[in-house]
Design a binder for this molecule. Structure first.
Ligand code: DGY
Length: 321
């Protein structure tokens, strides 16, 4: 009997078809709508493997129904949507998609930093709204990037890739991480600092933190109070590492200058959210890794993890072995 797999979103046929000779595959048939939890709970009862997206909360309630499940291949580098510890406890392997998205995510993070610093979105709206009547000495003047200090909170693969881009822009690099990253220090002349020193000294504070119990609301009122008034805050990791009310207050009271956000505490964020309506905020809909090439590689890695787990030498990128 072929192992049974459930895929929680409609994925391209050319990728899914790679599984069909070896697996019995079922798939949620919508591309833009996540599978409802009750459907997932029903499907997960009968399968040996799941390919999931970050929109699925695979918590204890769901896992308790997964009587046969052996592996979850999550199409993201982050895996805070899965109770990984409980999965480990009940013998389910979880895999993620590291490496293949590093450079695209770093590109987007730097693009968001630049868009926020140079007020690109505002400037585009300015023309679209026919507001451009005259050139002015400080018309839409933003903040310099070259020669400034970037503070990276989280110095994993993506942090290092952002640091390489920052170096190309002549920036000084501070970083804070659970462990020192000596490779980054040597290659990029990045300087390790405490979290507080980074907040106090960086011109651009960039969050690349995974979401864990320790990092939830790491960027809170005291953190924003420590930043310079000229600081620009960028979040390209997970929304819940930020206390959004504290961020909004910091922006509104001019405690900090601006923010660029690719992720939010509750996604999708709506257009009436105060952060979306702040002129000094650039908002993106969680598109860090969203290039056709990279998303295709992420799906392919999920497919390969499934195949290698059941028919090869074991999963390629397990996180909780
Ligand atoms: C991830 O991979 O964790 C991103 O948030 C989506 O690519």
């Amino acid at each position: 009997m072929k192992p049974k797999i459930y895929i929680t979103r409609k994925l391209p046929a050319n990728l899914v078809n790679q599984l069909s000779s070896q697996f019995d595959v079922r798939m949620w048939e919508k591309e833009d709508v996540p599978v409802p939890k009750d459907v997932l709970v029903e499907e997960i009862k009968h399968v040996d493997g799941v390919i999931s997206l970050l929109t699925e909360q695979i918590d204890k309630e769901v896992l308790d129904q997964a009587h046969k499940l052996q592996i979850i291949a999550n199409m993201a580098v982050g895996y805070d949507n899965i109770d990984v510890d409980y999965a480990r406890e009940i013998g389910i392997i979880v895999t993620n998609t590291p490496d293949v998205l590093t450079e695209s995510t770093a590109d987007l993070t730097f693009a968001l930093l630049m868009a926020t610093a140079r007020r690109i979105v505002e400037a585009n709206d300015y023309i679209r709204n026919d507001q451009w009547d005259n050139w002015g000495p400080y018309l839409l003047a933003g903040s310099d990037i070259f020669g400034k200090t970037i503070g990276l909170v989280g110095m994993g693969r993506i942090g290092q890739a952002v640091a390489r881009r920052a170096k190309g822009f002549g920036m000084s690099i501070l970083y804070h991480n659970r462990n020192r990253n000596l490779e980054a220090e040597e290659e990029l002349q990045a300087t390790y600092t405490s979290f507080e020193a980074l907040l106090a000294n960086a011109d651009y504070i960039v969050s690349l933190l995974p979401l864990t119990t320790e990092t939830r609301h790491k960027f809170n009122k005291p953190a924003f109070d420590t930043m310079k008034q000229s600081a620009i805050f960028i979040n390209a990791s997970r929304g819940q590492v930020v206390d959004e009310e504290a961020l909004f207050n910091a922006l509104h009271s001019k405690q900090i200058k601006a923010a660029g956000l690719d992720v939010f505490e509750a996604e999708p964020i709506r257009s009436d959210h105060p952060l979306v309506n702040s002129p000094n905020v650039v908002c993106l809909p969680h598109i860090g890794s969203a290039t056709i090439e990279t998303r295709t590689k992420m799906i392919q890695l999920c497919v390969d993890n499934m195949k290698d787990y059941f028919f090869g030498e074991g999963p390629i990128t397990p996180i909780n072995k």
